[in-house]
Ligand binder design. Structure first.
Ligand code: ZN
Length: 339
């Protein structure tokens, strides 16, 4: 899913979130000779009604007012009318992408994944939660949804929106929240009310790499996903778990990103999948998106990292630290899932 209007989603010069990424990705796929593997589908602008399926009307009114008078929803997230326009195109892409995935059983790739926006708040470069809107759309058709959030930052907005929802399994694997924004998503955060057990947070130690992520997938993500048995799968994230990302401290390589894409495909077991790409704040953003997209799509892919990897990314002691975390998660969730 793509629209030239996605690039309206920007915060101005100097901000780490460059909107050129959205137009660059289809070009990058062509350069890699993968352009023909994908059919590009255009989108219209979402109406406010579908956005209200997730966000409170007062909050949306505040967004529109801030766009007029100039202001911000949080210190890192100034609001403008072009930001709102861009967001509405990406919401529409997510919803239409979900429809197409469900109608054809396809893996759809789109751009977006603004997981830090909650029911009545925006922050962390996010104002409208397109992940949650796509999930709500599937939910309204009686579907059970797995959201696999593989962004380096925890998906606090999505978590808050589905905290009490047992038909949405929200799994977030992210950098230890004590060491990074948004500072949320600890092992003990497992949902509430009827949704208890349907929120799973996997806080990965700083500097953990491909092997530690593989451990978390095998020990936690795969078994829980299989027991849940979703009708549709949504993934969101991007390149920011890569070791070269300037905003994060993880040790994932391009091969590790490709592994996550392949695992998501394996977990989906041929069921419809919507894959949302948005993050990455350095030179690996496009190669990382490509590695993920190839994994989601079951394409052949074999690339190496183009940059020197810091020595900490190979630290074998990380395995023990990660094992302690997966054990603690199993203990916390033992009443809800078997391991
Ligand atoms: Zn992120």
């Amino acid at each position: 899913m793509h629209s030239p209007n996605f690039s309206l989603y920007g915060f101005g010069p100097g901000h780490p979130f460059d909107p050129e990424r959205f137009d660059r990705f289809p070009e990058y796929l062509k350069e890699k000779g993968a352009g023909e593997r994908f059919e590009i589908i255009g989108v219209e602008k979402a109406d406010w009604e579908i956005i209200e399926s997730v966000h409170e009307p007062e909050y949306l009114e505040r967004l529109r007012t801030l766009a007029k008078i100039g202001g911000m929803v949080s210190p890192d997230t100034p609001v403008s009318s072009s930001l709102i326009e861009g967001a509405r195109y990406m919401v529409s892409a997510a919803v239409k992408g979900m429809d197409i995935a469900m109608e054809n059983g396809w893996n759809v790739i789109t751009m977006g994944g603004f997981h830090h926006a909650g029911p009545d708040y925006g922050e962390g470069f996010c104002i409208i939660n397109d992940v949650a809107i796509a999930a709500k759309h599937a939910l309204s058709m009686g579907k059970k949804v797995l959201i696999l959030d593989i962004d380096a930052h925890q998906g606090n907005g999505t978590m808050d929106i589905f905290w009490e929802e047992p038909d949405v399994l929200f799994i977030s694997i992210h950098q230890d929240p004590r060491t990074i924004y948004p500072g949320r998503g600890f092992i003990r955060d497992i949902g509430g009310g009827d949704g208890k057990g349907y929120t799973v947070n996997i806080p990965m130690p700083r500097f953990s790499g491909d092997r530690q992520y593989a451990l978390a997938f095998e020990e936690i993500i795969v078994p829980i996903s299989e027991q849940f048995g979703a009708d549709v799968v949504i993934t969101n994230g991007g390149s920011d778990p890569h070791y070269d990302d300037p905003l994060t401290d993880l040790g994932i390589t391009l091969k590790g990103l490709n592994y996550m894409g392949r695992m998501a495909r394996r977990i989906s077991k041929g069921r419809p999948m919507l894959n949302m790409l948005v993050s990455g704040y350095g030179r690996m953003t496009m190669p990382g998106w490509y590695a993920l997209a190839a994994g989601f799509s079951g394409m052949e892919w074999d690339e190496d990292d183009h940059w020197d990897r810091p020595s900490w990314a190979r630290d074998e002691r990380m395995d023990d630290l990660t094992k302690a975390i997966t054990d603690a998660i199993k203990k916390e969730l033992k009443d809800y899932w078997s391991f």
